[in-house]
Design a protein around this ligand. Structure first.
Ligand SMILES: Cc1ncc(COP(=O)(O)O)c(C=O)c1O
Length: 403
């Protein structure tokens, strides 16, 4: 009898479910063999911009204090001052007064999502998600007895509220939106989010179950061309925002995020208490103390995202020259590319896993779209240096021509 639970083993070894991490690890091995400069690694969304100076100062200030108890346990929901700071942040973003009691500090957006799903899901419940989507969502839903149900987006990756409305069922506990989107970089239009909110309300009137609209927003601030992420609290009462400082402040390893509930939510106090309880019983106990202090002091500091926009444009030019089609991102730092039609290699057209293997032979590392529910596409994370982007041009061209 194997020690590892067979169901978990199956999830661990599912090639689609681990493609990104595997590519990242293979990238590290390739860099060792060929030298870091020879490998063009677009596999992982690991921000390479330094945290803003205001964050660095807050780290220094927090490290200097000798106040007793500052490394101790705290309430599971987080420090009261951190909850109040996040309530102020989300109030500004949503245009609705968010209550500190509706904020739960978390171990990143991933921890926040797991706590919210733990709080909401019963065995067999469904979580609808527009596809393509962040692949970890499937694991997070499964962790808590739920099932992720991908619903295709429109051809341009915009939100298809009609398709989502048609997929609602009495089993739907939640709809999970991610805008700007990983992997497409799409920012969902306010009118589409509003149409979805109306559909959720109509569904609730009809069935008695108003699903929770969970907005996963770690990329909210990273938008191009004056776009903005639509606030959902004014549109639908059973809404929650989860976010983190992984991407906007370049702090992914510090694992600091939060959940914020719409104060108008049904069962507000019970849902908040359930998220706090989930934080405890999932073993997080509380979000990291040190970085609660840091972000509470620095969340308002300005970060410059223009390097990402510059890199987006640079990469778009590289892909144009290579003859690879893509969807131009409106935010975040991912670019979703169409697998080119095959000319030289035998096999199925637009096989994304095979194309990523082919790219790897040219020392270009990308993530196959199938893992994101976007077969026939592949993702390039462009939070890498301009040198890497420009340097990848000959390799991408050669890969395209020999495909
Ligand atoms: C869409 C999306 N949600 C959540 C996360 C997890 O973020 P965190 O590192 O804050 O847990 C990521 C990380 O890449 C992401 O892309």
């Amino acid at each position: 009898m194997p020690l590892v639970a067979p169901a978990l083993l199956a999830r661990m070894t599912d090639p689609d479910a681990s493609a990104i991490r595997r590519m990242f690890e293979e990238g590290a091995a390739l860099k060792k063999r060929h030298g870091a400069d020879a490998v063009f690694d677009f596999s992982l969304g690991n921000p390479d911009l330094a945290p803003p100076e205001g964050v660095v100062r807050a780290i220094e200030d927090a490290a200097r204090s000798r106040e007793s108890g500052r490394h101790g346990y705290m309430p599971n929901a987080g420090y009261p001052f951190a909850r109040a700071a996040m309530a102020e942040k989300v109030s500004r973003e949503q245009g609705v007064t968010v209550l500190p009691e509706g904020v739960v500090m978390s171990a990143g957006a991933a921890g926040a999502l797991n706590c919210v799903l733990k709080a909401l899901l019963s065995e067999g419940d469904e979580v609808l998600v527009p596809a393509p989507f962040f692949p970890e969502y499937a694991h997070y839903a499964r962790n808590h007895g739920g099932v992720l149900r991908p619903v295709p987006s429109r051809a341009d990756f915009s939100l298809d509220s009609d398709a989502l409305a048609a997929a609602l069922s009495p089993r739907t506990a939640a709809v999970l939106l991610n805008s700007p989107n990983n992997p497409t970089g799409k920012v969902y239009a306010e009118r589409d989010v509003a149409a979805l909110a109306e559909a959720l309300a109509r569904h609730g009137e009809r069935t008695g179950r108003f699903p929770c609209l969970i907005c996963d927003e770690p990329y909210r601030d990273i938008v191009y061309g004056g776009r903005r992420v639509a606030p959902v609290f004014p549109l639908y009462r059973n809404a929650a925002v989860v976010s983190s400082f992984a991407k906007n402040l370049s702090l992914p390893g510090e694992r600091l995020g939060y959940i914020a509930l719409n104060p108008a939510m049904d069962d507000f106090a019970a849902v908040s208490a359930a998220c706090v309880f989930a934080t405890r019983i999932l073993g997080f106990v509380n979000a990291p103390a040190f970085f609660q202090r840091v972000v509470s002091a620095s969340w308002e500091c300005k970060a410059d995202y223009s390097p990402y926009e510059k890199r987006r444009n640079l990469l778009a030019g590289v892909l144009d020259s290579a003859g690879i089609a893509y969807a131009l991102p409106e935010g975040a730092f991912y670019l979703f590319c169409a697998v080119p039609e095959r000319k030289h290699t035998a096999g199925a057209d637009r096989d994304d896993a095979a194309f990523c293997e082919h790219l790897k032979k040219h020392l270009v590392l990308c993530a196959p779209g199938k893992s994101f529910g976007g077969a026939g596409w592949f993702r390039m994370a462009y939070c890498v240096s301009e040198r890497t982007i420009a340097g990848s041009a000959p390799a991408l061209k050669a890969a395209r021509e020999s495909w």
